[in-house]
Design a protein around this ligand. Sequence first.
Ligand code: NDP
Length: 445
Amino acid sequence: MLNIPNIMDQVKKRNPGESEFHQAVEEVLESLAPVFEKHPEYLKAGILDRIIEPERQIMFRVPWLDDEGNVRINRGFRVQFNSAIGPYKGGLRFHPSVYLGIIKFLGFEQVFKNSLTGLPIGGGKGGSDFDPKGKSDDEIMKFCQSFMTELYRHIGADLDIPAGDIGVGAREIGFLFGQYKRIKNAYEAGVLTGKGLTYGGSLARKEATGFGLVYFVREILAANNDSYENKEIVISGAGNVAIYACQKAQEYGAKVIAMSDSKGYIYDKDGIKLDTVKQIKEVERKRISEYVKHHPNAEYHEGQRNIWTLKCDIALPCATQNDIDIESAKILINNGVKVVGEGANMPCTNEAVKTFLENNVLVAPAKAANAGGVATSALEMSQNSIRLSWSFEEVNNKLNDIMVNIFKAADSASKEYGMPGNYVAGANIAGFLKVAEAMMAQGLV
Ligand code: NDP
């Protein structure tokens, strides 16, 4: 029997102050208890103790000069969590809230997510407390170059392959890749993913996380004899994941009625006009509040979290962690929500997830539902290795197949372990088993 409170006491002692990491570990432990009962050999081999301890954690100084010539110092991170099934793989997040606890929670979740994709990639994550908001392109470039000047020695196409995340998009990946190439004096395209199409990027990578989320939720709906037809959807965020989730959901005939950014949300009862959101967020890099200037019938409301007071059939939190707390969960349930699809990483608190499950709301957990991004990153690596580019359709079809397979894996694990319909537990178990088997085979390392 797993003594979860005891294990959590240890985790908190060994990782003080890292609340997001504690939360991520606790959520996984609760799902894995029946696995350890069935496989006591895993406990004996220390798989649990090892899987919650990163293989390597790197923290470094990132000095750079702003446009006024002032010296600025940020902190850089790379946590190489687990390489049992492949090289470390996971994004870089640039956001002022970043500290070791956030990078560790993301790296820990990445281990299970990457395993679920069925592709040979281990888990890692990195980033910085640098805030790209309000910085000039020059400042972004100087920061990225300084960041890579340290990071380059820890990464490689067969070692550790970073990608984007919050605050790291095509612009940042371009600057990071340029500096890596310059330092290494070698064109190692497979060292970063999310690259531009002119220098080794993959078609459909930009769309992959959002599209994949909508494919995964489609499978959940279908398993419950339902579809996107006549569904009203609320999406938090207006970044990479949110925008392409909105696009695919609209293609499937659903009506997306609201989106948000870190300041507030827009509500358009006639359906969000995505071209306007793309122009504001992808091109002008402005606030979502600008939307109502183009569409006066829509409403803008301050307060990002208030978006969850809207009535909807499907909620897709695609912004950041702990976006839906228990209060928001209760409001969503009272308003009749049927499915919650996690586009962001850990967007629901553990209490919110429990409340959804107790009230028969179907939950598509982040590790499974947003795995389309990293899966397509792995497809980008494959294309880099064989020095070929696949068409959009080819990549998108592979992404669709991967999401269907992830759903099947989570669904069948949930059934095998006596929790049918609990895709949260199913995804954790299916992701864990493959990593655990590989760790067993490789001995005590
Ligand atoms: P972006 O930076 O493109 O967009 C993030 C969006 O969320 C922005 O609209 C941002 O608002 C909003 N937001 C609201 N509150 C916060 C907050 N407290 N911190 C940061 N952002 C906030 O990021 P992505 O769309 O790439 O990522 C969104 C989520 O999806 C993250 O949890 C990420 O880890 C996860 N994810 C991303 C993948 C990818 O391929 N990009 C893959 C798998 C998971 P504003 O515009 O005001 O900044």
